[in-house]
Design a protein around this ligand. Structure first.
Ligand SMILES: [Zn+2]
Length: 644
């Protein structure tokens, strides 16, 4: 047992006191700092929670006036840092913990205490404040950027330098430490392959890499997948793909997916409940680079020097996002004819007479092999999320709103990304992508500019997959220093978007003997776009909230109709199964509501905890749920974390 905590300064004291000119205290401007003022005796840093900082010597008293290691360890500030990862469900970590450690265990070097940089604190506060707001926690006082941090002119250092790739992480990391660290650098082809393979090896029970084919120059198009059973489709588990770098010179998406792979792996291992839930219920495939050959051309010119177009195309000079079969023209023709099917349109013969890039072929083959439900293609050059159709309904019109029958759902999908992206939500007109401000940073592709042969239109018209296009920012090949911030801005949007695959309904279509019916059609009244069942008879139908009439049908069977109600918030798709009767055995069945035999008609959420349940303000003076982490602290509970 540790001795009881020595006299701790409570927040009240901390907030109220402005002690003379105690050197280590020094609210900004109150004291003039001198080298002598920060002089200290350096000792070995021995705090478990801070064991992965980039330095190994610290000093007492700390910036919070803790005089011993025991005093630090029993402080509420230290306990907060130790549990922050769980409280914020992995958000802002390890960044925030490292920042806090820089205050709780200040860096000591050559008999001087060094303070962390104020601008690093400021940037992190901006990125992380929403995570605190979401759990109704006040910003911790000891991360007050004005008070405990200093400027470069005062010799501050960046406590997050290791996250930015300033050091060789492999060497800096103590062995056996969980692989929380992502190097926010550009990755050459060889480095990308190495990181993906290493990540899959670390998370071998939930991850695997595979190649979907080769680029024109022979580079493997490497995918990393995450799933509770990597390598196989699980019944009713929806599949998502994220594709980066289809234009070789638009590189941010490639890096985001490399980081996302490492993030998913380490968060899963660390027990992040959100990531565990996601990977246990979803199969996620990441293709960081669809155009590795183009990337090499762009990378040779280097970040900041890369022109608008070099490296955009593949090695055959084909623009991969113009190289898919144009099914949209065919769709417009079919859609004008009553009663004709306009989904799962076949690839016309003449398409194969033209030049088809091996990268395009590989993606089409991939789409045939896996029943994808949801997809995003990551680009750069602007800041907006666009959704199909990309090809205008009037070939002569370059900008014309051309919605799919699933317009409502596509808008929700685009919003799921844009609404949680801090830059896309930025209200200033002169920002990157400012002309999409009034539209909430989302736009119908053809309404932006029309083009044919795009990947998103092809996904929607040839398969069951709904794909959106994300423009990650105005710089196509951002400088390395920008990558960390781009990741901070896109991590939540990527996760939020992938989670959208659980919106709507899913289930099985079977015959009366329980045998799965593949290629059965799932139709929704008012949406002229059928979804088909996968080989195992399972299906997923993304649907916006509201009441829907759903019909299942297959050749040789009578139709089954059900009414479903989709709630506005849902964590997993409602299960709706259909049992088809052979034709001529009876009249059509109309089965509103639930059906006997345990096959629910309405997707009820058994544990319908609204997504925002943890985010509601506490009322009536009761403490928030996370308060229990601190109750053992007796009188030293961190009341400074309470907002109310
Ligand atoms: Zn692009």
């Amino acid at each position: 047992m540790r001795p009881p905590p020595p006299l701790l300064l409570t927040m009240l004291v901390l907030a109220a006191a402005r002690p003379g000119c105690e050197p280590a205290w020094d609210p900004e401007g109150a004291c003039s700092r001198s080298v002598a003022a920060d002089s200290a005796t350096c000792v070995d840093l021995q705090l478990q929670t801070c064991s992965d900082v980039t330095y190994n010597r610290t000093a007492f008293p700390t910036l919070l006036q803790h005089r011993t290691r025991a005093a630090v360890e029993s402080s509420s500030e230290y306990i907060l840092l130790s549990v922050l990862h769980h409280l914020l469900e992995g958000q802002c970590n390890p960044d925030l913990r490292l920042l806090g450690c820089a205050v709780l265990a200040p860096r000591c070097e050559g008999g001087r205490v060094r303070r962390p940089c104020r601008h690093v604190c400021g940037a992190l506060r901006e990125a992380c404040q929403p995570a605190f707001d979401a759990i109704d926690m006040a910003w911790p006082y000891f991360l007050d950027c004005g008070r405990y941090f200093s400027g470069p002119e005062e010799g501050c250092y960046d406590p997050l330098e290791k996250l930015r790739g300033g050091l060789d992480i492999e060497e800096a990391l103590p062995s056996g430490y969980p692989p929380t660290f992502i190097q926010f650098t550009h990755h050459s082809y060889a480095q990308m392959v190495r990181v993906l393979r290493r990540t899959a090896a670390r998370c071998a029970h939930i991850s695997k890499t595979y190649s979907i084919g080769r680029s024109f120059d022979g580079r493997d198009l490497l995918v990393i997948e995450f799933s509770s059973r990597p390598g196989q489709h699980e019944l009713m588990e929806p599949e998502v793909k994220l594709i980066g770098n289809i234009h070789g010179n638009e590189v941010a998406g490639r890096e985001m997916l490399i980081y996302l792979a490492q993030y998913l792996c380490s968060e899963y291992l660390l027990g992040n409940p959100r990531i565990q839930r996601l990977l246990n219920t979803t199969r996620i495939h990441l293709l960081p680079s669809m155009n590795p050959d183009g990337y090499e051309v762009a990378a040779a010119e280097g970040a900041g020097y890369n022109g608008w177009t070099s490296g955009r195309q593949n090695a055959q000079n084909l623009d991969l996002n113009r190289n898919f079969p144009d099914l949209t023209s065919e769709y417009y023709r079919l859609a004008s004819v009553r009663g004709v099917r306009s989904d799962h349109i076949a690839i016309p013969q003449h398409y194969w007479w033209g030049k088809v890039a091996p990268e395009t072929k590989a993606v089409m083959k991939w789409m045939r092999a896996i029943p994808f439900v949801l997809s995003a293609s990551l680009h750069g050059g602007d800041l907006v999320v666009s959704y199909p159709f990309d090809f205008s309904k009037h070939p002569q019109e370059e900008k014309m709103f051309s919605p799919t029958p699933d317009e409502k759902m596509f808008k929700l999908l685009a919003r799921a990304y844009a609404d949680v992206h801090p830059m896309m939500m930025d209200r200033s007109e002169n920002r990157c992508g400012g002309n999409f401000l009034k539209r909430g940073s989302i736009i119908n592709g053809a309404d932006w500019y029309s083009f044919t042969g795009g990947m998103s239109d092809f996904n929607y018209l040839h398969s069951n997959c709904f794909e959106i296009t994300v423009e990650l920012g105005c710089v196509k090949f951002p400088p390395e220093e920008a990558l960390y911030t781009i990741w901070q801005h896109n991590k939540e949007p990527l996760l939020n978007f992938v989670e959208m695959v659980h919106r709507g309904i899913k289930g099985m279509v079977m015959d009366k003997f329980g045998k799965p019916v593949k290629n059965a059609r799932i139709l929704v009244k008012g949406i002229r776009h059928a979804i088909t069942t996968a080989p195992d008879g399972d299906y997923w139908r993304l649907l916006p909230p509201g009441a829907h009439i759903v019909i299942a049908q297959a050749p040789g069977y009578s139709r089954v109709i059900k009414k479903v109600i989709i709630p506005s918030r849902m964590k997993r798709a409602g299960r709706v199964d259909f049992i088809l009767q052979p034709l001529r055995t009876g009249p059509q069945k109309f089965l509103p509501g639930s059906r006997r035999g345990g096959l629910g008609g309405e997707p009820q959420e058994p544990d319908q905890e609204p997504l925002g349940a943890r985010r509601q303000p506490t009322t009536g003076g009761s403490k928030p749920w996370w308060w229990s982490y601190f109750t053992s602290l007796g009188q030293h509970q961190p009341r400074w974390l309470l907002k109310y």
